[in-house]
Design a protein around this ligand. Structure first.
Ligand SMILES: Cc1cc2nc3c(=O)[nH]c(=O)nc-3n(C[C@H](O)[C@H](O)[C@H](O)COP(=O)(O)O)c2cc1C
Length: 212
């Protein structure tokens, strides 16, 4: 293995200071997301979603953010997957964005709720046809015998839905993480990074600086 001990980078691109940030972290987030998109980072909406099993065991995976508003952060998935099972038993979860090109990280914690059928339908309807078939064909996170089986299931559903509108599978849908804590991290020189954390108290966001 390569010697990774000496891999380190100094962060010098930007600063994060109180007088320049929004009092609302959701607005601040939308500004940073826009900047990530403008900077053409590879997957600006990719976020690590961490959930916890009923035995208290955490698990993380990447999902794509599909909608971010003042109410929360929406993503879509198979609700019978591992993350779906975790969220059914324990609705606390966290999200993490890392935009290395901007030397930025955003950390979000809160509770997850299911989106309504209507909200899930609305997003399902705008997905490409092949992704819709994929949602029917893949029993996400179940053990399958081999790759060919999956491709056969895909073909079967392609035939079933040939020239027909593809409905959303009942087990596929959206979730919204409603944040209670959001931290913005901006890399700085000498590891003296900027960290601004917002926490929600009685419906109002409070802001403080954390030591790096
Ligand atoms: C860039 C990227 C984007 C992904 N987007 C999603 C997504 O939006 N929804 C989803 O269910 N899985 C997505 N995945 C796959 C998940 O990381 C994961 O493999 C899958 O959801 C099963 O996770 P689970 O077994 O923990 O439920 C994505 C993976 C990558 C690498």
């Amino acid at each position: 293995m390569a010697n990774i001990r000496h891999i380190r980078k100094d962060y010098t691109l930007k600063v994060l200071i109180e007088k320049e940030i929004s009092p609302n972290p959701l607005l601040q987030f939308s500004e940073w997301l826009n900047e990530a998109i403008l900077a053409e980072v590879l997957e600006p909406t990719a976020m690590a979603l961490s959930t916890v099993s009923s035995e208290g065991r955490p698990s993380s995976r990447i999902v794509l953010l599909k909608h971010a508003t003042i109410e929360g952060f929406d993503f879509f998935t198979n609700q019978q997957s591992k993350k779906g099972k975790h969220l059914q038993n324990n609705s606390f979860a966290s999200l993490l964005f890392f935009w290395p090109e901007l030397e930025r990280q955003v950390r979000i914690e809160g509770k997850v709720q299911m989106l309504s059928n209507e909200e899930s339908d609305n997003y399902f309807d705008i997905r490409p046809e092949m992704s819709k078939i994929g949602a029917w064909a893949s029993p996400q996170s179940s053990i399958i015998p081999n790759r060919k089986t999956l491709e056969d299931w895909f073909k079967e559903f392609e035939e079933i839905y040939h020239n027909k509108p593809i409905k959303r599978p009942p087990h596929w849908g959206g979730y919204r993480l409603v944040p209670e804590l959001i931290e913005f991290w901006q890399g700085r020189v000498n590891r003296l990074h900027d960290r601004i954390e917002y926490t929600l108290h009685n419906g109002a966001w409070q802001l403080h600086r954390l030591a790096p």
